[in-house]
Design a protein around this ligand. Structure first.
Ligand code: SAH
Length: 297
């Protein structure tokens, strides 16, 4: 299935330029490379050339490079509002966002409709209470694809701002030897997500622990962590979380402080990957532009 690209002749350029300055969509486009469609983050547009970073889960994030493409080779990103899981998965696969069969299986096993009250199969964020949102499926899938090399050997994973508990459950499903910790600021959301986790099979729920508190401080006593995911926008680099990475570990964290023009409840910024090397040095990569709810601390 092809992504639903609406591509009105003559208007592509203006749509792309709008997307580039529109913080919620955050300069996303589709690009055709070697016969495949990929999502890409638009970083800059000059003289009908766009600087983009292609979100290519077929290669490690360390190899994602900025590329320059003429605007007429790019298409605006318009996603259909799917009403069933199979169509959502087909759409995520058609843009090469979802490329790993194990992750696809996990998305079938842990059904998003358990954690999300309405439109669970639309590729969009959905309110979960307290002005907070479960992230859009493409954002969760991109995070999982970025951390997939670590699943088999991961011992501990930390989901900061666990919200609905959906991503926490997916990590437990995908990393069979890991204990997965979630930290959530709102006690009400924590209780609701705990009830959902309690309904999962013993093999999953026995490896999930949810905690109440400020996630920016991490969970030192349960670390170090092979994967840390942050589900809200941080204003600056979360140093405690970087410290709690295991050697070889990966931190995925949105950082930024621009108010989204579409939804003033969201902040716009960039998703960063911090990789801790065996000798403790940290490499930092900017992956793509994104919008998340702000940190509550
Ligand atoms: N991955 C979650 C994201 C939910 S939205 C999901 O898809 O369901 C972000 C969550 O982070 C919210 O539930 C919010 O309450 C929580 N949050 C925001 N700031 C926080 C902080 N400093 N510490 C812990 N949780 C925080």
């Amino acid at each position: 299935m092809q992504p639903s690209i609406i591509n009105p002749p003559g208007r592509v350029e203006s749509i792309l330029k709008n997307q580039a300055v529109f913080p919620r969509i955050n300069g996303w486009c589709f690009v055709e490379l070697e016969g495949r469609t990929f999502c890409a983050s638009i970083l800059d547009i000059k003289d009908n050339q766009a600087e983009i970073r292609v979100v290519n889960s077929r290669i490690p994030v360390t190899e994602w490079k900025v590329q320059s493409h003429p605007l007429d080779k790019l298409s605006p990103t318009i996603f259909l509002k799917h009403d069933n899981l199979e169509d959502l998965l087909a759409s995520l696969k058609s843009t090469n966002t979802l490329t790993t069969p194990k992750i696809e299986n996990a998305l079938r096993t842990i059904d998003r409709s358990l954690f999300c009250r309405e439109t669970p199969y639309a590729n969009s964020s959905v309110e979960i209470g307290y002005d907070m949102c479960i992230s859009a499926p493409n954002m969760h899938v991109q995070a999982l694809e970025c951390s997939k090399e670590l699943f088999d050997n991961a011992k501990a994973i930390l989901d900061v701002g666990s919200g609905s508990g959906y991503l926490t459950a997916l990590y437990a499903e995908l990393a069979p030897a890991a204990h997965v910790y979630g930290i959530e600021y709102y006690a009400g959301l924590l209780e609701e997500s705990q009830r959902k986790i309690d309904g999962l099979p013993e093999s999953l729920k026995s490896r999930i622990t949810l905690r109440h508190g400020d996630g920016l401080k991490g969970l030192k006593e349960s670390g170090p962590f092979d994967i840390i995911h942050v589900g809200f926008m941080c204003k600056e680099e979360p140093t405690d979380l970087i410290d709690q990475l295991a050697p070889g570990g990966l931190l995925l964290v949105p950082i930024g402080n621009r108010v989204s023009t579409l939804n003033p409840k969201f902040l716009a910024g960039e998703l960063y990957a911090f990789q801790k090397q065996a000798d403790g040095t940290i490499n930092k990569y900017s992956l793509f532009t994104c919008s998340f709810v702000p940190s509550q601390q």
